[in-house]
Write a protein that binds this ligand. Structure first.
Ligand SMILES: Cc1cc2nc3c(=O)[nH]c(=O)nc-3n(C[C@H](O)[C@H](O)[C@H](O)COP(=O)(O)OP(=O)(O)OC[C@H]3O[C@@H](n4cnc5c(N)ncnc54)[C@H](O)[C@@H]3O)c2cc1C
Length: 473
């Protein structure tokens, strides 16, 4: 099939190859495949392909390559940077029908799963075997393994277990020429040449289509403690983090922070929740500690560490969750922030990171510059204290029209991203680049983008996969 082959011929061939449920014409594509969580972009795909095997993915890629039709891989479509949005004439290739657990090996502590498995499904399957897959996100019920690997998703437990990249032992990938590169053996040690799987992790669908992965599993926790701490400021928060690390060692699994403003938005959004403390505090830190050892020693060890923190005034109040329901309540306060921000009107969001020690200085300097540029701006900066990842979100001033605030987005972005660079941070900590941050990446790191272009040229010379995302090609 030459690139001049009529599109109708390609669609007919795909429909025959993929079967009745395998190809959905543009007019019937369910909304979830074209709209994304923040409603910023809307796709206009040629059609939706739903292959159910690696062979069917490979056949789709070969047919599209021959017809010169670009492919946008899609998982759960929970990405926040427009990465899985298809432009006119592009084919969305959803992995949703590739959701089999191929193998779980308790001796090697790994599992081989297809890309369309949801993250929650994988976590559940691991838990049933007494093991744990340690990536956990608020979107885990819908986000897929393919999507979390393609974006190198982080989440709440990164401080202890790292990002998705750290969990991968091998991949199966369909390449731009339709061949399949399979490396699913799950070896813990393999220095035979370049570590190619890591090229595909975080490539956001621009280098190949991940169809399966071998994932590393860890022991499931047998003891877990969750606490909410009240803090005066971020300087105290940093000292608190150091204290928790020293006292809890490798058991510290999560250390999340949020300001009073975030809690107020969540309380407005979740009528069943109430303020966890009897008086307001400037900052809150949510802490989780876990251990795979049997017994209950973790509870008393954590209590001692928290009492010391109170004694030396690193925090001013503590709530220790005493039931699973209370654990869920405390986490719902943290997980609900993004959705609750609608109560603050228009919100401009930035997913950035800075070196952990720089967090207080960065936040103070950036908020001062923003307040000078947009008087009354309401910051809602929250995130993962332990790994420097801040969701640097800004809600509109109470007395400013929402659209007028939205028109100030590029001014706010400039301030935030210039400060991020000043503090040697990243403009995209965990959500990726997609189309939202593509130009900003080029602006700040032209040499990196040039090298990435060479990798793209080597693996996808005709720009078949996800054109215009991450890179401009
Ligand atoms: C409520 C909420 C909370 C979130 N919390 C977090 C968080 O804590 N941490 C975090 O990192 N992210 C978070 N995210 C962002 C998002 O959930 C993650 O980026 C997730 O990894 C995306 O997975 P997905 O299956 O939905 O991928 P999609 O959105 O479908 O795709 C994302 C990107 O990956 C590519 N892609 C998808 N599947 C494949 C594949 N099989 N092969 C190759 N490329 C592929 C797509 O082309 C696209 O570029 C959150 C999102 C929401 C809505």
């Amino acid at each position: 099939m030459a690139p001049s082959t009529p599109i109708e011929t390609l669609l007919d061939t795909l429909a025959r190859t993929l079967g009745r449920d395998g190809l959905i014409p543009a007019s019937n594509i369910p909304t979830r495949h074209v709209s994304e969580p923040r409603g910023r972009y809307r796709g206009q795909p040629l059609a939706l392909a739903r292959p159910d095997s690696v062979e069917a993915v490979a056949a789709t890629v070969s047919l599209c390559a021959a017809a010169g039709v670009a492919i946008v891989p899609q998982g759960g479509h929970t990405g926040l940077v427009g990465g899985a949005i298809a432009g006119p004439g592009e084919l969305v290739l959803s992995l949703e029908r590739m959701s089999r657990l191929r193998r779980l090996d308790p001796v090697d502590a790994c599992m081989v799963v297809e890309a369309g498995c949801t993250l929650a499904g994988v976590r559940d399957a691991a838990a049933e075997a007494g093991l744990m897959y340690p990536i956990s996100l608020a979107s885990e019920g819908t986000a897929t393994i393919g999507g979390t690997l393609a974006t190198n998703a982080g989440g709440n437990l990164t401080i202890r277990y790292g990002n998705s990249r750290e969990q991968v032992l091998g991949l199966e990938v369909v390449l731009a020429d339709g061949r399949v590169w399979s490396d699913l053996d799950g070896l813990r040690k393999d220095n035979s040449g370049y570590d190619l799987k890591q090229l595909f992790v975080g490539s956001e669908g621009t280098l190949g289509i991940i169809t399966a992965a071998t994932l590393k599993l860890g022991p499931a926790p047998r003891q877990s403690v969750t606490a909410m701490l009240a803090c005066a400021d971020l300087v105290a928060g940093m000292a608190l983090l150091g204290h928790l690390r020293a006292g809890l060692g490798e058991c510290l699994s999560a250390c999340e922070f949020m300001p009073r403003q975030a809690l107020q938005f969540v309380l407005a959004d979740q009528p069943n929740q109430r303020d966890p403390f009897d008086r307001p505090h400037p900052w809150y830190v949510l802490v989780q500690a876990d251990s795979a050892l049997p017994g209950s020693a973790l509870q008393s060890a954590t209590l001692a560490v928290l009492e010391q923190a109170l004694d030396v005034r690193l925090c001013s109040d503590v709530i220790l969750a005493n039931s699973l329901a209370q654990v869920e309540q405390l986490w719902a306060l943290r997980e609900g922030i993004s959705a609750a921000q609608k109560h603050g009107g228009v919100s401009l969001k930035h997913d950035i990171s800075v070196p952990v020690a720089s967090i207080p200085a960065f936040v103070e300097a950036t908020l001062a510059a923003l307040a000078a540029a947009v008087p009354g701006i309401r910051p809602c900066v929250f995130g993962h204290l332990g790994d420097g990842n801040l969701h640097f979100n800004l809600s509109q001033p109470v007395d400013l029209d929402g659209e007028a605030f939205r028109a100030m987005e590029s001014t706010c972005n400039r301030i935030v991203f210039d400060q991020v660079r000043r503090y040697r941070g990243s403009i995209a900590a965990e959500h990726g680049i997609g189309q939202l941050r593509r130009d900003e990446l080029l602006l700040g790191q032209p040499l990196k983008v040039e090298l990435m272009g060479k990798v793209k040229q080597a693996l996808d010379p005709d720009g078949l996969f996800n054109p215009g995302k991450v890179l401009s090609v």
